[in-house]
Design a protein around this ligand. Sequence first.
Ligand code: ST9
Ligand code: ZN
Ligand code: ZN
Length: 333
Amino acid sequence: MTPNASIPTGVLHENDEEVSNATLPPEVNKPDDRKLQLVWRNIILFAYLHLAALYGIWIMFTSAKVATSLFGILLYQLGGFGITAGAHRLWAHRSYKAKWPLRLILTFCNTLAFEDSVIDWSRDHRVHHKFSETDADPHNAKRGFFFSHVGWLLCRKHPQVKEKGKQIDLSDLYADPILRFQKKYYTIVMPLVSFVMPTVVPMYLWGETFKNAFLVNLFRYCLTLNATWLVNSAAHMWGDKPYDRFINPAENFVVSVLALGEGWHNYHHTFPWDYKTSELGKYSVNFSTAFIDFFAKIGWAYDLKTVSSEMIKKRVTRTGDGTHEIWGWGDKD
Ligand code: ST9
Ligand code: ZN
Ligand code: ZN
């Protein structure tokens, strides 16, 4: 539980306070500076993706083979773990350590999810925590549901994101050759892992058509993105705040189901170093914790960081909104 001195700035641990609006200098929150510079390439690609994904759902329930749909669900889970257990809990927060075979598996899964390289993802996420809900937060939820969900990917970043982001130390991520490889060859590896493999496997292993395999995979990808984005939008807006009523991130059950355990966002923003990202009993709506625990059992994941019941209790009493007892939380199993 002692903060690790080797953890770089930007990985929040128990001694850090998130920077709140109240403590930020005024230049970090100037709505007048929010000039939208639209990125039409992204607008067109995301519009196409969402339309194609709708067609993909139709295909799944009409002409696709069952094996293709099951494969899509499997890839959703695997890609999801690449974001939750990988980019988020392992790399952005350093909430546990992993041996190289697990880091390799997680990098593969992360590439399947196509949410940009782990290094870039973690940089934005560390800024998100450190300057939460200010203009330096890439998906500042104070700018509304649409902006925090997807709008932030359709325009240039606020200058404060880049300015404040320079303070974030990424040396721990650059020290990992697997992550350096992923970033360097992302434009080659990502299309192969995230689009070619998911299309070719159903075609050659069980004779699926190109169209069906391709569209079901686009639906799988689109669902992964929206599940992730809901953490930034819905889980920053709706839900109880049993741990800290002074912040917007909330406990959101629906998001937790879709995002493999990442919707318990009031807990996560209060205790960002906990590898479980929630207090809830081990696997209740938190498959990503089960995933990490499995690898801990075989020794590939280790030094799992968590929070003591006493610390949680103190915090709940001091800053909670009173809903902690209603949910009956605190049962660690
Ligand atoms: C996607 C990511 O969807 C989603 C991430 C969501 C995170 C959610 C976290 C929630 C918790 C975990 C929940 C997991 C649940 C999972 C469930 C799964 C089932 N600091 O970015 P650029 C500088 S990706 C410091 O281009 P623009 C830097 O110099 C979807 N500096 O900014 C940089 O150069 P370089 C697929 C920063 O030009 C330069 O600016 N991907 C920072 O404003 C340019 O950077 C896409 O669609 C920083 N934070 O463009 C691509 N940021 O990189 C989308 C930037 O060389 N992105 N700099 O160092 C883009 O096209 C662009 O980023 C842009 C902004 C148009 C949005
Ligand atoms: Zn986080
Ligand atoms: Zn958040």
